[in-house]
Design a protein around this ligand. Structure first.
Ligand code: F6P
Length: 328
């Protein structure tokens, strides 16, 4: 196995609060071990175009508290083609990079996996996404901050919902995963959550109405996952249905959108990102390749990238029961 002297780090896919803390940790841990570090700008686009810049301990100063990613990010169509990946490989050779660290979500790690297999190139993935949808890690970088942002917004919406005796359908991100929806519903004391993982024959809207929406309360908050999987239709869809099927209710919709991705990372995300970034360099030192570094029961774990992206991460049924009982 080739000795590692130079690594490159990049962020890819949707930005997530804490990515900067991860870049800082990777950079400083690599430099601590005497390695050279390159930052790649705009994800796989920058990898293809050779948009590399050497990172020093100073270039990652004063970023741990900042949201977004100083390396910028992108979703690259070209990297999905063999020609794009060949150009990416050429860039890595040109800059003398021995290993690549990719901070991103499902799609980004899937790209990393294809590349690592095709070119037998050492790649380490770090879970960076607000969606928390990577298998093998209890948390992903950015999830905790986004969850807190959602809860803060829902608290505010509750004030107006309550004043007007309205039902609010609040749509949250998560792509096809319901972690943000389910846990924000519990944390904000919402009356229900509609998530893709809980699609059964029972209509979740019917269930919410039947469970006594407004029987004991004057207003209701329903958190709706943005996912359209399994017949889910987003907040607008459910609001329209209520308007048609239960015209006696006064309904409003709020789609939280990209504000969920912004803001200064929480202490939890900063610590997680710092631990995972440090562990990515330790993993390379141990000879690990093509794994995602995650956290399980507060311990660092190495998960084969193939497993992290392919396996479905289940939502604990207990969370569904907790919300169901506490929202009576
Ligand atoms: O994967 C992160 C995420 O924020 C998802 O929750 C959401 O579906 C998607 O990215 C939005 O992507 P874009 O920024 O391209 O609109």
């Amino acid at each position: 196995m080739k000795e590692i002297k130079t690594v490159a780090v990049m962020t890819s896919g949707g930005d997530a609060p804490g990515m900067n803390a991860a870049i800082r940790a990777v950079t400083r841990s690599a430099i601590f071990n005497g390695w050279k570090v390159f930052g790649i700008y705009r994800g796989y686009e920058g990898l293809i175009n050779g948009d590399f810049k050497e990172l020093t301990t100073e270039s990652v100063s004063n970023i741990i508290q900042r949201g977004g990613t100083i390396l910028k990010t992108a979703r690259s169509k070209e990297f999905m083609t063999p020609e794009g990946r060949e150009k990416a490989y050429d860039s890595l050779l040109r800059f003398g990079v021995d290993a690549l660290i990719v901070i991103g979500g499902n799609g980004s790690l899937a790209g990393a996996q294809d590349f690592a297999r095709e070119y037998d190139f050492p790649v380490i993935g770090l879970p960076g996404t607000i969606d928390n949808d990577l298998y093998g890690t209890d948390a992903t970088i950015g999830y905790d901050t986004a969850l807190n942002t959602i809860v803060e917004c829902v608290d505010k919406i509750r004030d107006t919902a309550n004043s007007h005796d309205r039902i609010f359908f609040i749509e949250v991100m998560g792509r096809d995963a319901g972690f943000l929806a389910q846990n924000s519903a519990i944390a904000a004391g919402a009356e229900a959550a509609i998530i893709p993982e809980d699609q059964t024959d029972i209509d979740q809207l019917e269930q919410f109405i039947a469970h006594g929406c407004r029987k004991s309360k004057n207003s209701s908050i329903v958190i709706v996952s943005e996912s359209k999987k399994g017949g889910g239709g987003g907040a607008m869809h459910y609001a329209e249905r209520v308007k048609n099927e239960y015209p006696e209710y006064d309904v409003r919709v709020t789609i939280l959108g990209h504000l969920q991705r912004g803001g200064s990372p929480s202490a939890f995300d900063r610590i997680l990102a710092s631990r995972l970034g440090y562990a990515s360099i330790e993993a390379l030192l141990e000879g690990q390749r093509n794994i995602m570094v995650g956290i399980d029961d507060d311990k660092i774990v190495y998960v084969p990238i193939a497993k992290a992206i392919k396996m479905d991460k289940p939502i604990d049924k207990e969370l569904i029961d907790v919300l169901g009982v506490l929202s009576i």
